[in-house]
Write a protein that binds this ligand. Structure first.
Ligand SMILES: *[C@@H]1O[C@H](CO)[C@@H](O)[C@H](O)[C@H]1NC(C)=O
Ligand SMILES: *[C@@H]1O[C@H](CO)[C@@H](O)[C@H](O)[C@H]1NC(C)=O
Length: 407
């Protein structure tokens, strides 16, 4: 009896030992382990002094870090999942001439024939077409014959629930659309014009190097510990932050600027309009807010390069590079229906967890700096159009109504 018990005890110990080893070996590698340690330390470090209301945010950060797998930064690979996702719906039946004819009216027609680029003579927004063609001309010699429809409007065209179906390229969309996302024209030209940037916000490569340096050389501790926002009242999602700013100017500086449609102070939520502020000026503040505009906001990538902590409001509107940016890793996600009180609590959390805030700000900077080079934009276009062409079920014939586009 005694020996039988001893036998089971030893067996039990041995089995446990095996189990422990097994569990241990499922921790894939050191980088994840150290993230876990780091978060556990963070929770321990703050849980005593912090109000329990912050614990939920710490848990979300912990969870995000456990699930986070850094992407392979070679050859625009961090964004590769997006084009696969967008093209999936065309995979089974392919892209036929009929499908293209279906949706011809939804955008501008382009053709690539014999490594030459052609376009409909009319482009709805000429500078946007120039911004697109800059990239197409760089890669046209690598591409097979194809034709495609590019939507240069802000709004996507192929709603999943109703209307037309076919492959339309759009720069931004929500989950409700089948549009294929392409890198916005504004990386080169055709970005929104405001009084500070009367000829459009200008080339991304220029902003990238200027802001990238500023982000690196402005010390975190030298930044003004306030949340900052300037923009016009394109949607009321922005109101709670502006109202919070009026109650707590010590914590938030958020004001509405004029847009073209401005008539009275009612359009700036009953206050005089504020001046527009350059991206560089944003970098002086620790916390920056990004709201959607009509579709996605062009501001997001710029303010991430400030190496400030970005609060990104709403996750419906996407651009091709958004899915590489993970909530709680690269930015703080904010629900689009967040109230003034929600915003205040989130901000207080960031203010009370300065090291964490700084770390997330650095992660955001690195993701954009490393994976949104001009080279990555060109790379995305090239891979996207090659994949698209491989789904075409016919060989396009030169459309004589199109004009040749040259450098
Ligand atoms: C280590 O983990 C990272 C993040 O999940 C992953 O990208 C990398 O491939 C892993 N390396 C090894 C050797 O498993
Ligand atoms: C900023 O610092 C990062 C990390 O040290 C570096 O990779 C990057 O090249 C720097 N950016 C600029 C514009 O100097």
């Amino acid at each position: 009896m005694f020996f039988k018990n001893l036998y089971y005890t030893i067996l039990f110990i041995v089995l446990n030992f095996i189990l422990i080893i097994k569990v241990d070996s499922t921790i894939p590698n050191k980088s994840i382990q150290s993230n876990e340690e780091c978060v556990t330390n963070i929770v321990n470090k703050y849980s005593k002094e912090a109000n329990t209301k912050y614990i939920k945010y710490l848990k979300l950060i912990d969870q995000a870090r456990r699930n986070y797998k850094p992407c392979n930064e070679n050859r625009c690979n961090c964004h590769a999942g997006v084009m696969s996702h967008d093209l999936k719906i065309f995979k089974e039946k392919g892209i036929s001439e009929k499908l293209i004819n279906n949706i011809k009216s939804k955008g501008t027609k382009y053709q690539i024939i014999n490594h030459k680029l052609y376009r409909d003579p009319n482009c709805m927004f000429p500078s946007r077409c120039v911004g697109i063609e800059h990239f197409l001309l760089e890669i046209v010699s690598d591409l097979p014959d194809m034709e495609f429809i590019v939507n240069t409007r802000d709004w996507p065209q192929i709603n999943k629930k109703y209307g037309f179906f076919g492959p339309v390229f759009s720069f931004s969309k929500t989950d409700e659309y089948f549009d294929i996302m392409y890198p916005a024209w504004a990386f080169w030209e055709g970005g929104p014009a405001i009084s500070l940037y009367p000829r459009g916000i200008g080339r991304w490569d220029n902003h990238r190097s200027k802001l990238g340096k500023l982000g690196n050389f402005t010390k975190w501790d030298d930044k003004i510990p306030k949340a900052f926002f300037r923009g016009s009242r394109t949607c009321s999602e922005r109101d709670p932050l502006v109202l919070l700013s009026r109650e707590h100017p010590d914590m938030v500086d958020a004001q509405y600027t004029k847009n073209q449609a401005w008539k009275s102070e009612e359009d700036t939520l009953n206050a005089p309009p504020a001046k527009e502020v350059s991206f560089e000026e944003h970098c002086k503040y620790k916390y920056l807010f990004n709201f959607r505009g009509v579709a996605a906001s062009f501001r997001f990538k710029h303010i991430l390069l400030c190496k400030s902590l970005v609060f990104h409001v709403g996750n419906e509107w996407q651009e091709f590079f958004y899915s590489a940016l993970k909530p709680w890793i690269h930015y703080i996600p904010v629900n689009s229906d967040a109230t003034k009180e929600d915003l205040k609590e989130l901000l207080e959390f960031a203010i009370n967890h300065d090291e964490l805030a700084k770390e997330i700000a650095e992660n955001g900077y690195n993701m954009i700096w490393n994976n949104l080079k001009m080279k990555d934009i060109t790379c995305y276009w090239r891979k996207l159009l090659k994949k698209y062409a491989s789904l075409m079920t016919y060989k396009p014939k030169r459309d004589q109504s199109l004009i040749r586009i040259k450098q």
